[in-house]
Design a protein around this ligand. Structure first.
Ligand code: ADP
Ligand code: MG
Length: 342
């Protein structure tokens, strides 16, 4: 159903602010939204020099790239390498180069954040079915059983081949694929001579260059607010921002909210003091994975972790809608900026 609704609301609008015949002397703005990874994805390009590159075509090619990547990482698509790997009964499978890169990254990230992130959570995630039409609270026994297959040491890599030693291990890239795709799309657009723009893949935003020679102003969604309602604005350039939140995808049973983010140690959806975590860094693959890991860690441990990392900042919104910032950020009114002006 969610998929059907998504297809119905596929909105494709290309706005081009006319720079001729009027006083407007800003850039021509091209923006287009389409559904990939089950979420609206928007590419916006600011064209300052009005050179002869065909930006509409470039944006469309960017969406073609997203379509290809979506297929690679969809564990429910029988044709995808992830599906083949998850159903390979412990045998080696040759995988797509992009998938191989992400598996390597995800294995090492899961190892370094083993209390909060695990790319092998697939069977637990499927039990809960939170992103499906039929979410449910599984029996404790089922969860304990599924947890046995959650082990990143099960992933073995040999050249371009991967195997899952434990045949029940199931990889899930829900917390990483959009981040990887955001980086890949940015690389593509920059190669195609786009010098200013924003990519927004539902919670993963990255900026290209600067806006009118200055910072971009990126809004942070107010948790449980109306879609598009901003709680804070981050001023930055050439940065990636990813938000993990408990307000986006969840189901409720007997008044209890079960978000789609799972504690990998217990196999249960997180019960947390945070509504959302937005991570800011250079690469979207890093900010995407970290945002999920940090919301699982909770406020106290999460903020400690971030403050130890170089070139990473984070905005935590707690369950009272109060904001907490990592060391290098400051807030004035609703505007969040970097202390060291990076
Ligand atoms: P969003 O998809 O809204 O960006 P996240 O980036 O936080 O949200 O990713 C959540 C998705 O990641 C879940 O739908 C699930 O597929 C997967 N996931 C949930 N919990 C974890 C976890 N602790 N570690 C790794 N992946 C997770
Ligand atoms: Mg995410």
């Amino acid at each position: 159903m969610k998929r059907i609704i998504s297809l119905i609301i596929i909105t494709i609008f290309i706005t081009s602010l006319c720079a001729c015949g009027c006083d407007y002397d800003g850039p021509i703005i091209y923006t287009k939204t389409s559904i990939y990874f089950d979420t609206p994805c928007t590419i916006t390009v600011y064209d300052y020099d009005n050179d002869d590159i065909d930006i509409y075509d470039t944006i469309d090619e960017g969406f073609v790239l997203l379509g290809k990547l979506e297929k690679v990482f969809d564990k429910n698509d029988k044709k995808s390498d992830v599906y083949k790997l998850n159903h390979s009964n412990g045998k080696f499978v040759k995988v797509d180069d992009n998938l191989l890169k992400v598996i390597k990254y995800a294995k090492s990230f899961s190892k370094n954040n083993n209390d909060s992130f695990n790319v092998c959570l697939g069977s637990v995630i499927d039990l809960w079915g939170i992103d499906t039409e039929h979410p449910r609270v599984p029996a404790d026994k089922e969860i304990k059983n599924a947890l046995k297959s959650v082990d990143f040491n099960s992933i073995k890599i040999k050249g371009k081949k991967v195997k899952l030693k434990n045949k029940d291990t199931c990889l899930d890239f829900g917390a990483i694929a959009k981040g990887f795709a955001t980086d890949a799309l940015k690389k593509f657009l920059v190669k195609e001579r786009i010098t200013s723009g924003i990519i927004d893949l539902g919670g993963n935003i990255t900026t290209i260059g600067s806006k009118d020679g200055g910072n971009f102003k990126i809004g942070i969604q107010k948790p449980f607010g109306k879609k598009g309602q901003r709680s804070y604005i981050v001023e930055c350039r050439n940065k990636s921002l990813s938000t993990a939140g408990i307000y986006e995808r969840y189901f409720k049973q007997r008044g209890k909210l079960y978000p789609h983010i799972i504690n990998p140690l217990t196999g249960y959806p997180i019960s947390t003091d945070l509504y959302s975590v937005t991570v800011i860094g250079d690469k979207s693959i890093t900010t995407d994975t970290l945002s999920t890991a940090l919301i699982v860690s909770g406020l106290k441990d999460g903020i400690k972790k971030v403050n130890k990392l170089d070139d990473i900042d984070a905005i935590f919104i707690d369950k009272y809608q109060k904001v907490h910032l990592s060391n290098n950020l400051k807030i004035t009114g609703n505007n969040i900026t970097f202390k060291n002006n990076k």
